[in-house]
Design a protein around this ligand. Sequence first.
Ligand code: HEM
Length: 538
Amino acid sequence: SGPATVSPTGQATGADRARTAQAGGRLTTAQGTRLYDTDHSLKAGPRGPVLLQDHHLREKIMHFDHERIPERVVHARGAAAHGVFRGYGTAASVTRAAFLAKDVETPVFVRFSTVLGSRGSADTVRDTRGFATKFYTSEGVFDLVGNNIPVFFIQDAIKFPDVIHAGKPHPDREIPQAQSAHDTFWDFVTLHTEATHHTLWNMSDRGIPRSYRMMEGFGVHTFRLVDADGSTTLAKFHWKPKLGVHSLVWEEAQLASGVDPDFHRRDLADAIEAGAYPQWELGIQTFPDTPEQTFEGIDLLDPTNLVPEELAPVQPVGLLTLNRNPSNYFAETEQVAFHVGHLVPGIDITDDPLLAGRLFSYLDTQITRLGGPNFPQLPINRPHAPVNDMLRDGMHQTAVHRGVAPYRPNSLDGGCPFTAGADAGAYVETPVRVPEATKVRAAPESFDDHFGQPRRFWLSMSPVEREHIIGAYTFELGKCYEQAVKERALQVLANIDPELCRGVAEGLGLPAPEPTVPLADVAPSPALSQVGRTWPVD
Ligand code: HEM
C-alpha cells in the first residue's frame, strides 16, 4: 500500500483510514512470518479437532485475551486531543518556566474526562470534568492536572478513597453509573461538610457542560511560581474557553445521554476534524508568598476555597489550541499518564495536603494501570526534552541502555558531567522554611468554615441558575432511599441559604430546617455566574 493521505488535522479519514489500518499487503505473525490464511484453525481434516500445534491460532487468541488494561480508578471515561500552547510572555515577571516565555510554542496533549463513570458510561452525566494537560516543554514534561470546578470535595488526600467509594456505584447493585443520585454520595458529603462547596458546583449548571470546548479548567491547588532571581509568588491556574462557558439544561443532558452517550467525545473530535479548533487562554491569579499563605483571609492551602476573581483578577499568560485528534485511542488517550509532580523549573508545589497525596497516588496507580514502571517510555508519555536517567530494566523496558555504570559519579562510562545543584537549567526545589511544629493528625482551624464560600456561590447565581440548582438537588436527593440522609442534606442547605433550603425541602415534601450556624456575611462574586460573564473578551 502507498503512503497514507491524511486530512489537514493529521487524521486519516474514510477510505484512507481503511488503507492505513494495517501496513503492507500481507498479514504476518508477530514474528514476521507471512500467513496465507487467518480465518481457519489448523485441524485434523475440515470437520476434525483443532490442533494444539496451530501457533497462529494461539498467538491471535492469546493476544486478544490480553487487549484490555485496567481502566483508571477514577476519570476512566475520557476524550483527548493534541495541540499547541503559545506563551504570551506575561508571566515572565513571576516564573522562569521556559514554555511561558513570549511566543514559545509547546506541543500539548489534553485529556478531558468524567470522574465517576466507567469507561463505557455516558458523557452528559452530572459530574465533575477532568481537564488534564501535558505540556511537552523544552525543560521536560509539565502536567497541569485540573478539573472544570475550582474547588475539591476534601481538604486532605487521606479521605480520597472514602469520597470515591461513596461516589462510585453501590457495591451491591452497581448503580448508578456516574451520577450523584444515591445514598452513599449524599451520606458522605453531608457528614464531611467540607464537600459542600464542590457539591454545590456539581448541582449548578457547571455539573453538565454543553461541550468540553466550553468548559473552564482550574489547577485547584495553589502553586508556587519562581522567577529567574529565585523570588516566589503563589498562584492558581485557570483555563478560560474562547467559546465562553456553556451548559446543558438537565432535560437536554438526559436526552443526549440516551440518544448519543458519546455526545462530548463526538463534539470534540468533530470540531477538530472540521477545523473549528477549540482554544483556551491560560491565566493565573497571583498572591504574595507570605509565611501565612493566605489572601484576604482565605487560606490558600485549603482546596475547598477559591479566590474570587474580583479580589485577584485572572491574568492571561498563554493560548492553548487543540488542532489534532488522536489517531489511536488506546495508544494515546488510554495510555497517557498525567502526574501533578511533573513540574518544570519555575513551578513548584505548596503544602496543600490534598496535593501531597496526589503526588503519591498518580505514580502508584499508573504502575498497576500501565503494567510496571516503564510507562514514561510509551510514545504519548515521552518528553520532548532529552532524557538521560539511570532508571533500568523492569517490565516492558523498551530502551537498550548502553554503558556499564548507571550510577554517578562513576569512573567507567566517562562519569556524568554535571555537578549537583550547579546546573542553571536544573529543577531545584524552592528552599521554603518548614514551620517548627509537633507531629499531629489534624487540620488547621482555617479549614473549618464549610459554608461561607458556598453561600457566596449561591448569592452570585442568577435567578435561572438558582432554579436549576434547586431542581438538581431535588432530583438527586429524591433518588435517595434514606430519609436521614435527605434530612441531613437539607440541614447543610439551610446553613448555606434559607431560599435554597426551602426550594429543595418543598420539592422533597419535607420541612425546611433552621440554620445551625450563622449565615456567612459574604458579597456575591459576579464572575462565578455563567450568565453575563465577560471573559473571554474577543
Ligand atoms: C485521575 C484531577 C484529586 C487520584 C485524575 C484525572 C484528573 C484528576 C483530571 C484524570 C487524568 C487523565 O485524564 O488521565 C484531580 C483534581 C484533584 C484530584 C483536580 C483535586 C484537586 C485527587 C486525589 C487523589 C487522586 C486527592 C488521590 C489521593 C487520582 C487517580 C487518578 C486520577 C488515582 C487516575 C490516574 C491514572 O490512572 O492515570 N485526577 N484529582 N486525585 N486522580 Fe485525581
